[in-house]
Ligand binder design. Structure first.
Ligand code: NAP
Length: 288
């Protein structure tokens, strides 16, 4: 029977992807890569094969990937280090004889509208293409959770700031993207080289998003779109490290230019249900 491994399995998306796989695959055939046994404790309780490996330690990865037919390479959270880290993972997958890699890239990464994020994803996509390993690209759009996490501050201050202008976002939840990853990985016939542009069914501007949040919170919130440099400066002033501020401000500009919009509905077709409405994600966050 086909064996699966999910990297970043202690992370939010990876964990959900393991859970999604377990809906149709026996736990004995699912492995999860984490950086320490401690980080794998919860996964172990699910019955999956917890393997230890670190993208920064190539020697750990080959052994961890042995015997795996289909590998979900969840992109690392360490922005700036990812070309090397993902290169290490791909080289190890090749040496270990992995049958197929599905990589979580970025929506329309080739359009390069989110310049900072697309750079590392493009490099990883190129490394996969050059590796000789059969692969597919799961180009994930924005998580609705990214937008929702600013709500507590917005509700308190009455202002939701960004640099995204009137750009349309077609977001989905991590659980939606995880379900899509599991659907692709467990597909009866995977066509190597397929690129899945994954996004939510609804497209909305931040004006729409903030109005819905204000309605649900019963508090006035004004959406303010700043020029990229001003937004970046505000993020730094709020205490964010400069590279994170650069990435967030650049991503907003990319979104303003349509980089996070897609209307293919590929995600909902894959998962066989509509993607989670943003109003629902807002409601869940406000209840928490
Ligand atoms: N589409 C979007 O809107 C969006 C938003 C944010 C991030 N992302 C990307 O999507 C990925 C998954 O999102 P997420 O929310 O699940 O992020 P997350 O919760 O931060 O999970 C990231 C995972 O990457 C693992 N990781 C980091 N460095 C590693 C290394 N050197 N070796 C092995 N594993 C390493 C982390 O391991 P530990 O648990 O050991 O730290 C963690 O499990 C992110 O890493 C990022 O690339 C996408």
């Amino acid at each position: 029977m086909t064996t699966y491994l999910v990297t970043g399995a202690n992370g939010q998306l990876g964990h959900l992807a393991v859970e999604a796989l377990l809906k149709t695959v026996p736990a004995a055939n699912v492995a999860a890569l984490v950086r320490s046994a401690e980080k794998g404790a919860e996964l172990k309780a699910l019955g999956v094969d917890v393997r230890i490996g670190d993208y920064d330690k190539p020697e750990t990865l080959e052994a961890a990937f042995k015997g795996i037919d289909r590998l979900l390479l969840v992109s690392s959270s360490q922005v700036g280090k990812r070309k090397v880290q993902h290169g290490n993972a791909i080289a190890a997958a090749k040496r270990a004889g992995v049958g197929l890699v599905a990589y979580t890239s970025l929506l329309h990464a080739d359009a390069k509208l989110l310049k900072i994020l697309s750079d590392e994803h493009n490099a990883t996509e190129a490394a996969l293409a050059g590796s000789g390993i059969p692969y597919v690209l799961l180009r994930n759009g924005w998580y609705t959770e990214n937008l929702v996490q600013s709500l507590p501050h917005a509700i308190e201050s009455g202002v939701y700031a960004s640099a995204a202008g009137d750009g349309r976002f077609a977001t989905a939840t991590r659980a939606d993207y995880a379900a899509a990853a599991a659907a692709v990985l467990t597909g009866a016939e995977i066509k190597p080289g397929t690129i899945y542009e994954l996004a939510g069914d609804e497209a909305f501007t931040l004006t729409d998003f903030v109005a819905e949040a204000a309605r649900q919170a019963e508090k006035p919130i004004t959406y303010t779109s700043l020029p990229e440099a001003d937004y970046r400066a505000a993020l730094v002033a709020a205490g964010l490290p400069a590279p994170v501020a650069d990435m967030l401000a650049d991503s907003d500009t990319g979104a303003a230019n349509g980089g996070l919009f897609d209307d293919s509905h590929t995600l909902s077709k894959l998962i066989g249900r509509p993607t989670t409405p943003y109003a629902e994600t807002i409601a869940a966050a406000l209840k928490a």
